[in-house]
Design a protein around this ligand. Sequence first.
Ligand code: AMP
Length: 424
Amino acid sequence: MAARKVKGTYDVLPSESHAWHALEEKIRFILGLYNMKEIRTPILEYSEVFHRDSEASDMVTKETYDFDDRSQRKLTLRPEGTAGVIRSYVENKLYASQELEKVYYLGPNFRYERPQKGRYRQFYQFGVEAIGGIDPALDAEMIILSYDFIKRLGLKGVRVRLNTLGDDSSRAAYQKALETHFLPVKDELCADCQRRITKNPLRILDCKVDQDHPAMINAPVTRDYLNAESKAYFETVLEYINAAKISYEISPRLVRGLDYYSHTVFEIEADIEGFGAQNILGGGGRYQKLVKELGGPDLGGIGFAFGMERLLLALEAENIDFWTEPALDAYIIVSSDRLKADAVKILYDLRKADIVSDMNYMNKSFKAQLKHALRLNARYLVILGDDEYERGMVAIKDTKTETQEDVLLQRVERYLIEKMGEQR
Ligand code: AMP
C-alpha cells in the first residue's frame, strides 16, 4: 500500500519551503521591532491545559486531538498557542522577573476540523502574547502591530476590525441579552447554536450556518451593555490607535469564540476572492482570567494569532512575493571519474567560502551534467576536463555572460569570490 498523508495535512515541498522561510524571517524581524522574544513551548500538553472547566468553546470541546499516552496520561496536541504559553509563563514564574512579558510563538497546531482550502487539521500559526498587565496602550499596540504587519507584507485587501466585550460584568450582561434574544428562535438555529444558547451564546455570533438568520442580523450589540469603566477603557484604546493614524473598523457584534476574552477583541479580515469563510487571517483579544485559571497570579494579558497558510494564500492571491528561490552560484562538472576527488575538494573549499555550490552524484555523462547544471540555474560552471587538468587548470564558465576562462586549480575559490564580488 502506498503511504498517504493524514487527512487535512499537507507537505511543504522543497520548491515551496523558501516562501515559508521568507515569511518566517519577516515575522521574526517585525516582532523584534516591537521588542518581543520568541517562546517555544511543547506541541504536546496535558489535556487540562486546554480542557479547563470554564472553557466551553467549540474548538476545545470537539476539535482537539486528545489521547492517552502509554502510561495513561491524558494529552492533547495543542489546538492554539495561548494556553501553552500561559502554562509556561506560570510554571516558570516569568511574572517574578518581569512585570510585562512580551513574547511570540510560531509553530504547528492541530484541530479536527473539516478540511478545505485555508482550513487544515495541522496548520501553522504565529502569535504574540503580552502578559502581566492591563493598559489600553497595550491593546492599542497589538492592533497597531497587526496593522503594521499586514502593511509590511504588502497586503491591500485586508481590514482590521475591532470591538470590546467590556469587563466581566459587562460581558455577563451581554451574554444574558444574547440568551434572551436567541431563545425564542432556538428551534430555527443549527444544532451547534442550540447548544451554544446556554453554554456560550457569544459564539452564536460567529456561526457561519446561521449568519443570515434575521435574529442574527438584529442581535444585541456589546456597546449597549458596557459599564462606564469598560466604555472608558475602550475609548482610550481608540484614542491611542487614532494617534497612530491606522485605519480600522468597529464591528459591534465581533466577539470571537473563546471564553477567556474580555475588553478588546479584534480580527484581520481579507477581502480576497475565493477565500469564502476562510477570510479571517488572524485575530486576538484581551484575557483577564486565563493566567489565574492556569494556576498563576491574577494578571491579565492580550494576544493575537495569524494563520500562516492563509497569509501565504493571501500573498499569492495578491501576487506578492518578497522571496526569490535561492540560486546556485557554482556547479562542478567532471569529465571523468578520476577527477572526482578534486571536485570534492573544490566543493568543500567553495562552501567554506559561503559559495552555494553542488556537483553531480549520479555518475552522469558530461552532457547530462551540463544539462543538470543549467536546469539548476547555476551561475558558474566549474569544468574539470582531462586536458585542462594536465595543465593544472579548470575552465570556469559564466552562464550569464556566456564567457569562459581557464583558471588555476588552486585559484578557483579566489576567482569566484572576486567575480561574485564584482556582481554585487
Ligand atoms: P483562532 O485561533 O481560531 O482565532 O485562529 C486564528 C487564525 O489561525 C485564523 O484566523 C486562521 O488564519 C488560522 N486558523 C485557525 N484554524 C485554522 C485551520 N484549521 N487551518 C488553517 N488556519 C487556521
